[in-house]
Design a protein around this ligand. Structure first.
Ligand code: FES
Ligand code: FES
Length: 157
């Protein structure tokens, strides 16, 4: 069946069988390969996207369930290179192999969008949804904390 998805600010018509996960539509039909496939069973978080601004694992969500919702993938953040989170990520050289990183950044972006001053525990809890086999967790936390400070310094309200 055909379904209209709203991805990164554009409406896109795709063919989606009833059970096809959003991840396959993003990667195979639309070429949005920044969203990664790893476990495929909702464990690793590499496939994280934002659904109505909340993190969601694209391997678990059916594409048909996403009609009418706002979908944001890592490609959707491409025009926000000056966002404190992305700047901190680069400055602290968070990635190693990079495979998990789009899921990490999407999840961190959602965290800071909903809470500008998360505690270390809140960061760890939010980021526990995304696994990193390279063990970049300390730098991930540091980058989020730095971004939080930059965001609050820029706009103290
Ligand atoms: S590929 Fe979706 S959670 Fe691992
Ligand atoms: S940077 Fe390699 S898996 Fe996270």
């Amino acid at each position: 069946m055909a379904v209209t998805l709203h991805i990164n600010g554009s409406a896109t018509r795709v063919e989606a069988d009833n059970d096809i996960p959003l991840l396959w539509v993003l990667r195979d039909q639309l070429g949005l390969t920044g969203t990664k496939y790893s476990c495929g069973i909702g464990v690793c978080g590499s496939c994280m996207v934002l659904l109505d601004d909340m993190p969601a694992k694209a391997c678990l969500v059916k594409a048909t369930e996403c009609a009418g919702k706002k979908i944001t993938t890592i490609e959707g953040l491409a025009d926000q290179a000056d966002h404190p989170l992305l700047k901190s990520w680069l400055e602290l050289q968070v990635p190693q192999c990079g495979y998990c990183q789009s899921g990490q950044i999407i999840t961190a972006y959602a965290l800071l969008s909903n809470k500008r001053d998360p505690s270390a525990d809140e960061i760890d809890q939010a980021m526990s949804q995304v696994l990193c086999r390279c063990g970049t967790y300390p730098r991930i936390r540091q980058a989020i904390q730095q971004a939080s400070e930059l965001m609050r310094a820029k706009d103290p309200s």
